[in-house]
Design a protein around this ligand. Structure first.
Ligand code: PLP
Length: 364
């Protein structure tokens, strides 16, 4: 069709995994353990659900386009003005607004080659020239990223921590990097897993810096357990946010989603429990997988990536677990053929995972 631009025609459509009902039927299973999307396995905070339920009676009304209550809470927590905050349908929704707002026809994008696939899709759909810079030993190579900047560069995307490797770049690395970035270049600093990483002393919490050309993106989808509600937020200089506000859709996030996010922020006990469970279970999975002869990458997130000898073994491992009802993510789509990413589950599910993994590994 002539009306479809070449760069859209060439995009590969998103390939969803098999629905749970089909997997249950195909392999004669009773239960699925879902460890493939880095969600919070503990379910949402009951307080968030109550708040969303209470908000439903007003669902004949549009949501507050200013997101007043949620923005106020975020401002209190991070010592900001509302003019420094943008809300959106997940942090990916805000990435999409950023691309639509700031990219002019000749602008170019820089990103790490095998990092978060959601940004890759948005970048490819933008039709702009993109320089995908190789990673170094499963980590962001910030020197190489800085070296790739040219006169056309408009946006640099950094995920810290990274998905799918679980690695992070350190304060000193970020400080050296940002000194090399001209003020005309916008850095998207995606901190979707910030809550899990912030206890590491050398993790560069971007809110400590507040550079005028950096936008910090965070989300309620991971540690706060509200992925299905689609709430993300961005912090940046008011001029930057002001321009995003002109382009964003006025009624995102949805009304019950805003209510759930406000309540989730108040439920500090839920967050503490999530982080503690994740810390204990991540350590356990790392230790036990190593004991099974696997090579886990060091992770500061809620997932663990295992490196196999080759693509055949990694695929067979993921497929073997699938047949036992355990969904993990084979990372070919991210460009890591020989890797499998596993979300940290609940203790009892991790026990089932480890038992199943041992059996599958014996057959590889
Ligand atoms: C690095 C990274 N950024 C952003 C997202 C998307 O988050 P949201 O649900 O807020 O769109 C994810 C989700 O997997 C992620 O891994």
């Amino acid at each position: 069709m002539a009306i479809v631009p070449k760069h859209i025609k060439e995009l590969a459509p998103y390939k969803p995994g098999k629905p749970a009902s089909e997997i249950l039927r195909e392999f004669g299973l009773r239960k699925i353990i879902k460890l493939n999307s880095n969600e919070n396995p503990g379910g949402p905070s009951p307080k968030a659900i109550d708040a969303a339920r209470a908000a439903l009676v007003n669902c004949h009304r549009y949501p507050d386009p200013a997101g007043y209550e949620l923005k106020t809470k975020l401002c209190e927590k991070y010592d900001l003005e509302r003019s420094n905050v943008v809300l959106g349908s997940g942090s990916e929704g805000i990435m999409s607004i950023i691309m639509r707002t700031f990219l002019a026809p000749d602008d170019e994008i820089i990103g790490a080659r095998n990092s978060f696939i959601g940004f890759k899709v948005l970048a490819n759909a933008s039709g702009r020239r993109i320089n995908w810079v190789p990673m170094d030993n499963y980590r962001y190579d910030l020197n190489a990223l800085a070296g790739a900047i040219n006169e056309y560069t408009k946006i640099i995307y950094l995920a810290n921590p990274d998905n799918p490797t679980g690695s992070y770049f350190k304060r000193s690395e970020f400080e050296t990097f940002i000194r090399q970035v001209p003020a005309r270049v916008l850095v998207i600093l995606d901190e979707a897993y910030f809550e899990f990483a912030r206890s590491h002393a050398d993790y560069p919490d971007s809110m400590m810096y507040r550079f005028d050309n950096v936008i910090t993106l965070r989300t309620f989808s991971k540690a706060h357990g509200l992925a299905g509600f689609r709430v993300g937020y961005g912090f940046a200089h008011e001029e930057l946010i002001g321009n995003l506000m002109k382009v964003r859709l006025p009624f995102e996030p949805a009304l019950p989603s805003l209510a759930a996010a406000v309540a989730a922020m108040e439920d500090e006990q839920y967050l503490r429990r999530t982080l503690e469970r994740n810390r204990v279970e991540l350590e356990r999975l790392e230790r036990e997988f190593r004991g099974l002869g696997c090579r886990p990458l060091p992770s500061v997130t809620n997932f663990l990536t295992l490196v196999f000898d080759d693509g055949e073994k990694s695929r067979a491992f993921a497929e073997g677990l699938l047949q036992k009802g355990i969904l993990v993510r084979h990372l070919a789509g991210f460009g890591w053929q020989d890797c499998v990413r596993i979300t940290v589950g609940l203790a009892e599910d991790n026990t089932i995972l480890l038992q199943a993994a041992e059996k599958v590994l014996q057959c590889l």
